[in-house]
Write a protein that binds this ligand. Structure first.
Ligand code: PGA
Length: 255
């Protein structure tokens, strides 16, 4: 089964609209119509509309970094799936470890967002991953299982292939400490086994599982060569066109 690789850039709270437009133009100039890889850029809310204009007619997709599960209402500071859709957003990162840690997001709340995103034709990039303490206490797989099962509650088999899962060990995010290929592949394979139990092998083989956590051109080739690693969710290295484009090229060259 050949799964199309995905390279998604998570800009986090970086880039004004003008900076985001400049970065996106540089990326488009290099890989605008590249179709061998699904490329997604995820700017902050305030840059989505400007970046959407740059992406018009291009193969690169636009993602948001978060959303609220409700359609509208008294949720000060929040944005709904429907609002994102009007800005030509196609993907949304959900359950990122920074949201879990700093904004107390639970699996149940993230699950509501996943269901709302899917109901609005947005593709969720569901993030899971253990902290250093959890890895050291030997609970990595149990934590990942809880997050995957919790996040996917109520997702139908028809919807599953619209979901992208990102395995991001929290201790590797923004720290320069990348998981070894063996550590990453072990968890990716575990997630795919879990999906097989939940949805059957045929569907599980279609789901893209990305690695995230200090991925950069120098370590991407080895990670992307692993059987169950289908791309990357990139933070730091997505803030600069050159490294992001190199990652897209590495994904395009990976078997
Ligand atoms: P990083 O971030 O590449 O800077 O480690 C990845 C992420 O948090 O998605």
């Amino acid at each position: 089964m050949i799964r199309k690789k995905v390279i998604a850039g998570n800009w986090k709270m970086n880039k004004t609209a003008a900076d985001g437009v400049a970065l996106t133009k540089d990326i488009v100039a290099e890989i605008g119509r590249e179709t061998g890889v699904d490329v997604v850029v995820c700017p902050p809310f305030t840059a989505l509309e400007s970046v959407a204009h740059v992406l018009e007619g291009q193969a690169i997709k636009l993602g948001a970094q978060n959303m609220h599960p409700e359609k509208n209402g008294a949720y000060t500071g929040e944005v709904s799936a429907e609002m994102l859709r009007t800005l030509y957003v196609t993907h949304v990162i959900l359950g990122h470890s920074e949201r879990r840690a700093y904004f107390a997001e639970t699996d149940a709340f993230i699950n509501k967002k996943v269901l709302s995103a899917l109901a609005n034709q947005l593709k969720p990039i569901l993030c899971v991953g253990e902290t250093l303490a959890e890895r050291e206490s030997g609970t990595t797989l149990a934590v990942v299982q809880r997050q995957v099962e919790g996040g996917l509650q109520g997702v139908t088999p028809e919807q599953l292939t619209s979901v992208i899962i990102a395995y991001e060990p929290v201790w590797a995010i923004g720290t320069g400490k990348v998981a070894t290929t063996e550590q990453a592949q072990e968890v990716h394979a575990y997630i795919r086994d879990l999906l097989t139990k939940l949805y059957g092998a045929a569907l599980a083989q279609k789901v893209r599982i990305l690695y995230g956590g200090s991925m950069k051109p120098s370590n991407a080739v080895e990670l992307l060569a692993q059987k169950d690693i289908d791309g990357g969710l990139i933070g730091g290295a997505a803030l600069e066109a050159r490294s992001f484009v190199e990652l897209v090229k590495a994904a395009g060259a990976a078997k």
